[in-house]
Design a protein. Sequence first.
Length: 114
Amino acid sequence: QVQLVESGGGLVQAGGSLRLSCAARGNIFSINTMGWYRQAPGKERSLVATITKGGSTNYADSVKARFTISRDNAKNTVYLQMNSLKPEDTAVYYCNAQSPAVYWGQGTQVTVSS
């Protein structure tokens, strides 16, 4: 089993920045890919960014050049640095880990005001 603990959400004005963190606990040695997904009201959960244990990354087109995902394998933590935030980035952000079983965090709210 893997537990994911997220932190770092909040309220920010458009153009601002936030950093999300997600710490993995438990059977961490089985984890390969970690990432972030988001779900806005009335919409399906969608990919934001993922990163493998080796450091390969993948981003949704809507966040490329604004968001950066990184990972500290020693701390079993994945980060999402979000810059130039837009109101359309408002959503609940969920941490995800794959081992290949899929695990989800509880979600953290990000609200971007215009």
